[in-house]
Design a protein around this ligand. Sequence first.
Ligand SMILES: NC(=O)c1ccc[n+]([C@@H]2O[C@H](COP(=O)([O-])OP(=O)(O)OC[C@H]3O[C@@H](n4cnc5c(N)ncnc54)[C@H](O)[C@@H]3O)[C@@H](O)[C@H]2O)c1
Length: 317
Amino acid sequence: MPRILITGSLGQIGTELSEKLREKYGKENIICTDLRAPKNNNCDPFYTLDVLDTVSFEHIISSNDIDWLIHNASILSATGEKDPHLAMRVNFRGFDNAIELARKYNLRIISPSSIAAFGPSTPRVNTPDNTVMRPNTIYGVSKVYVELLGEYYNHKWGTDFRTLRYPGIISYKTPPMHGTTDYAVAIFHEALKNKKYESFLKEDMLLPMMYMPDCLKATIGLLEVDSSRLKQRSFNVSGMSFNPEQISDAIKKYIPEFQISYNPDYRQEIAEGWPNSLDDTAAREQWNWKPEYDLDAMVVDMLGNLSDILDIPFDKK
Ligand SMILES: NC(=O)c1ccc[n+]([C@@H]2O[C@H](COP(=O)([O-])OP(=O)(O)OC[C@H]3O[C@@H](n4cnc5c(N)ncnc54)[C@H](O)[C@@H]3O)[C@@H](O)[C@H]2O)c1
């Protein structure tokens, strides 16, 4: 069994990924860490770790006999634009620490990238893996840095670095709070609670998205594939693409009285620099990636699960 360390493990993705990995590899083999302390002891073994603290980061790796590192600690797009210097520290220096420790301890390392690594001059439709990457947000710049430095470590020292460019991730267990695609989660909470939602993106802002079960499937798929099968180290992964109007229409099939209104803010400008859809042929060919959820399947699953959590009745029909 590999022993796996996760940074930023209390985040939207880390919470569900660590749960899935515990089921697969055994609780004792998944070592969770985050800047914050957990609210319960479901995450044990757990260490409080700031990824900028190199000494503690190294100590946790060496004393826990780690094989694989999932480096999820990051400042996301919306928070990054509010505090670019914080994003520079955590996303650049934090990754420097993670990749250097991966080299030193011969770890397999996954550090997620994002569609934010692309930019306004990137071809937006069916965006390929290799294309123009000139992002205009600090978050996007940090993701290009992760990809290029990780690939350099792989080429120079053979460090087993891998990354996937997640689209916006939709989930019901842990609310996302810091990203530009978070509207696609908030809309479900508001649809169930208040039957209306004010979108901070325009009605036709088409973006690539992915439901959490597919995000976990993609991450574990890339984590587990034998290194010899990889012809590249950075991969697009695609789930579905929709705009606020289309997700609103999909929700109305189940909650007919639901109403959406639009009041775009600074996040609209961030989203305008991102692709509409992704070409993920290489992921499909090299490690058999295939998503399971389209828009309708995701909407019905989200509404069903969230209505249980919020204790609001919902008729699946
Ligand atoms: N959620 C998405 O839609 C999405 C999309 C594309 C890429 N990603 C990437 O996936 C990864 C995980 O994202 P997420 O959605 O779980 O993010 P999140 O914001 O929900 O969680 C990030 C976690 O990192 C922790 N953290 C922040 N600064 C830290 C530090 N200095 N040291 C240690 N921990 C620190 C936070 O406490 C938080 O728990 C990130 O690299 C993110 O950029 C996420």
